[in-house]
Design a protein around this ligand. Structure first.
Ligand code: ADP
Length: 381
């Protein structure tokens, strides 16, 4: 017979040894348990059947305003004006009496004038299966960042899906619209020859509507990265001058004076679609100065081999809170029929493709400043 099969009670001194070991284990487990309790990344509060708090770890102290009772401690952060938290006393009592845990996601909890989103799970602690609850535990998790990240991700996915869809729709619409425009132009020519004023007016309206659709579709195609131009390197002031030239007719039609201040010796930059970016910034500046003004375009060499291009106008400026919103697709403050809200979104997309960035701010004396930072080409590829 092996030793382990020998009845333990028959071995003198063994029972005492076992007790000592058991107590040691309890003591050890107590210390271990306490240390696990403390090191948990979530707040844990234990409470008695009267909802009085027995113990709480330091995470719980960090997350909620702990008082004497758990229900009141939870209510302290969720009962602020404008917030509608659960009735904690009722919910916790019901958990203890029914033995069913309760869970609350996205609880808005105000602590130190800051609102955080908490997940709170309350579970009853039972002695045996049949006896009532000894009390319960509340597990409190701060999910503010997680919820924010999920929202961001959903937004990014949504935008990517819209981008894909937009590109498909735009491709599909491009050809039929081109055909319709040709036929309208032909019809206008015939009607003009026959001096039919009304039909001519109607068709002219149709053409205007169609031209707008063509504009939106071509901007959508840009936005969906359909239109790439080769990565050729050019002088930044040359690209700006090309853009100013291309915008010539609308610059001439406006009462806007364009001033240039180009720093000499800036190395070349990858040009790609930057011509379109600059055209768009000029067009926006002109739109912001309906009664005329000045558009100052300047270049300088910034730190870390960056060419900085600044478009400063003396126009209306924008609402300061909108300095980021104006780069969102479809954000426009222009009248219906004048703005698509795609220009800056596309511009930012293009600039970022060349590892640059574009920012907007209101100029101190009125008007706005759009700054484009672009890495210069350090060696010819
Ligand atoms: P859109 O020109 O079709 O409205 P954009 O994306 O180019 O689309 O511009 C978005 C919005 O940004 C404009 O509607 C306008 O409110 C604001 N904005 C852009 N450029 C300027 C500017 N130079 N001055 C003031 N506001 C501007």
């Amino acid at each position: 017979m092996v030793d382990s099969q020998e009845p333990q009670s028959e071995r003198p001194g063994k029972a005492d040894d076992r007790l000592a070991t058991h107590d040691e284990h309890r003591l050890k487990f107590g210390l271990l348990g306490k240390s696990i309790f403390e090191s948990l990344p979530v707040g844990v509060v234990t409470f008695g059947p009267d909802l009085k708090i027995i113990d709480a770890n330091s995470q719980a102290v960090r997350l909620i305003k702990l008082g004497e009772r758990i229900d009141k401690s939870l209510a302290k952060g969720t009962d602020s004006p404008g917030m509608t938290g659960p009735n904690w006393t009722e919910e916790l009592k019901s958990t203890l009496s029914t033995g069913k845990p309760c869970r609350f996601d996205n609880v808005m909890y105000m602590l130190n004038s800051e609102t955080r989103l908490l997940r709170i799970v309350c579970t009853p602690l039972k002695r045996t299966k049949t006896s009532g609850a000894l009390g319960g535990t509340a597990i409190i998790e701060d999910i503010t960042e997680k919820v924010y990240m999920e929202e961001q991700l959903a937004n990014t996915e949504r935008l990517a899906a819209i981008g894909k869809l937009a590109s498909k729709v735009a491709h599909e619409l491009n050809n039929p619209m081109d055909g319709i425009l040709r036929y309208i132009n032909l019809a206008i020519r015939i009607i003009e020859a026959e001096n039919l004023e009304k039909p001519k007016e109607y068709l002219t309206q149709c053409r205007q509507g169609l031209m707008r659709m063509v504009q939106i579709v071509s901007e959508l195609l840009e936005f969906s990265r359909g239109a790439h131009t080769p990565f050729e390197s050019l002088r930044v002031d040359h690209i700006i001058e090309d853009a100013i030239k291309a915008m010539g007719p609308i610059v001439e039609a406006s009462k806007v004076q364009i001033l240039r201040d180009y720093a000499p010796g800036i190395p070349q930059i990858r040009s790609g679609n930057l011509f379109q970016v600059f055209c768009n910034l000029i067009k926006n500046a002109l739109d912001a100065m309906p009664d005329g003004g000045k558009l100052s375009v300047s270049t300088r060499l910034g730190a870390a081999n960056t060419a900085i291009v600044e478009f400063r106008d003396t126009g209306t400026g924008f609402v300061p809170d909108n300095s980021e919103l104006i780069f969102e697709p479809f954000f426009t403050t222009k009248d219906k029929g004048r703005g698509t809200g795609l220009g800056l979104a596309i511009s930012r997309d293009m600039v970022e493709r060349y590892h640059g960035r574009i920012t907007a701010e209101n100029a101190p004396g009125g008007g706005s400043i759009f700054t484009v930072h672009l890495p210069v080409v350090t060696k010819n590829l």
